[in-house]
Design a protein around this ligand. Sequence first.
Ligand SMILES: Cc1cc2nc3c(=O)[nH]c(=O)nc-3n(C[C@H](O)[C@H](O)[C@H](O)COP(=O)(O)OP(=O)(O)OC[C@H]3O[C@@H](n4cnc5c(N)ncnc54)[C@H](O)[C@@H]3O)c2cc1C
Length: 428
Amino acid sequence: MSIKNHLLVFFFVLLSTCALGAQNVLILGGGVGGITAANALARAQIPVVVIEGEESLFSHASNVENWPGIISISGSKLLEDMKKQAIENGVIFVKERVKDVDFSKTSSFVVTTESLKKDNKKNEWIASHCIIAMGRNIGHLDIKGANKYIGRGVYNCAACDGLIFKGKNVAILGSGDSAISQAEYLSKIAKKVFIISNTSTFNVKDKIKMENILNLSNVEVFYNTRVKEAIGSNEKLQTLILQKEERSFSLQVDGLFHTLNLYPNTAIFKDKIKLDKDGFIIVDDMQKTSVNGIYAVGDITEELCKQALVAAAAGTKAAFYIQKEYKEVSLAKVLQYKIAIGKPILLEFYATWCTSCKKVEPFMQDALVKMHSIEIVKINIDQEEEVAKAFNITAIPTAIFFDKGIVVKKAQGFIEVIDLLSEIGNNY
Ligand SMILES: Cc1cc2nc3c(=O)[nH]c(=O)nc-3n(C[C@H](O)[C@H](O)[C@H](O)COP(=O)(O)OP(=O)(O)OC[C@H]3O[C@@H](n4cnc5c(N)ncnc54)[C@H](O)[C@@H]3O)c2cc1C
């Protein structure tokens, strides 16, 4: 983590416990659901940090064709754009992994994180609310080379990714119901479907359906066979090396569908929040878990429809209900928070009866139009006495410019304020 990020972490923890009275949200997981929730919260001026973890499985999706308004986009590009938007809105992303949680103290939840590098560095975070958005993971494919082609030839959902293989050759790994269902779906799309079974029979409930599928002219089964290795160019899968008894041979395919289940990343939440029998987090209509203040969204929940858009919608919902619960934080504290996280911010203190302040006004309007990278906040000292007191304002007009958490310049009186505006206008 960079020094800047260390400072941000420090300030966040400090602020969350002191200045904001632990009114802040931690998002565990930086995939579609987590980023969407974070963006919505930041836009509502609620301090939010995302512990993003490793890259989302969605970044393996080469063609996302069900995101409204976009004909086709890769999962990684969509995530990149979403993250950019969230950062614009003030979300802080931290590249760490959630290691442990303590949800025993309401409004003061403790989340322990560790660095993604193997340096054993740990951090502790305190938050008034958490949104768990850690998605699912794929069980390890015990085939040499295969894991590197996940999303580039190796998939586990024919209904999601089968269309890519129109007129191509695909293999399916397995000998159960799921393998037969995937074969049924893919046989209508692909040129040839190979089912690779490491047993001599299929273990399925619907034998008639199985016979019908296995008799299709474009379906071929390799019994008592296992996939030894997956080979391809860096970009995509091309060949499988199969092993049947003593014989090893190659099979040219464009895709491999396995039937390993995706499991929820909930090991650390066991006994801390309610999970269903398969380990997914149980949530209510508002995305609330069994612990007050802890929400969960997306693939990690018991939601049956595991899709990006559904995760995003759940993230939006969780953010909405957190906003409703969120205790109003004073403007002074919100400003102190923004300054502490390093945002460039200009505060101008004025009053409606102050003639010098009126002279500053056209310059301030000009600055508001020109200075996009700086947040400018105009504070009427008669309406915001607490803010004026917090920033020790003794005369007006006063302007204070903060960047990277410190006062860069303070100006008092008409001339000094105009000079300050012109100086930062030239430099930012
Ligand atoms: C190959 C593939 C293709 C897909 N294609 C489509 C598609 O075309 N359209 C569609 O709608 N859906 C698609 N999906 C489904 C979609 O990816 C998911 O529904 C969606 O990503 C769920 O979002 P999420 O936020 O719940 O989880 P994810 O997007 O999976 O994000 C979870 C995040 O949490 C992080 N995380 C996990 N553990 C930790 C931890 N301990 N600490 C911190 N962070 C952690 C992960 O690294 C990840 O970044 C596809 C999925 C796959 C695998």
